[in-house]
Design a protein around this ligand. Sequence first.
Ligand code: CA2
Length: 145
Amino acid sequence: MRIAVLNGPNLNLLGTREPEVYGTETLAQIEELVRATHQAAGVSIDWFQSNHEGALVDAVQSFADSADGLVINAAALTHTSVALRDALLSVGIPFVEVHLSNIFAREEFRHKSLLSDIATGLVCGFGSQSYVLGTSALLSHLKAK
Ligand code: CA2
C-alpha cells in the first residue's frame, strides 16, 4: 500500500510559533511519528509540504497513478482553494482531510472547508494524532475496498 501525506502553507513553521494552537512538535517530528506508526505494516509513505497552491495541485496530480490514497492538511488553502478541490476531484483517489486544530471551534472562516464534502473522512482537533488517526483510517478504508 502506498499513501501520500500532503501539507499546505506555513506548516513548515510548526514547533516554532503558536504552540498554544498547533503544539510544539515540528512537521519533521510528525512525519517520523506517522512513518513509525505504519512501518511494521510495510506501508510506503510519501511526505510533501509546500507553501504554494500550484505546487500542491502538481503534487496531487503526480500521485494520481502511484498512490492508493492521500492524507491532506491543506492548512489555509482548506478554506479557499477551488484549484486544490478540483485537483482532488480529478484524480479520484480516496483522501482523508486532517487538521491539527479543531477548525469548528475556531474563527468562523475556518468552519468552511472546500474539501470535506469530497473527502472520505475528516479528522481534526487531535494535534499530531490527527495525522496518525487519519492515515490509519485511510489504510483501513483502502484495505476494506
Ligand atoms: O489546524 C490545522 O491543521 C490547520 O490546517 C492549520 C492552518 C490553518 O489555516 C487551518 O485553518 C487549520 C494553519 C497552518 C499554519 O501553521 C502554523 C504553524 C506554526 C506557526 C504558524 C502557523
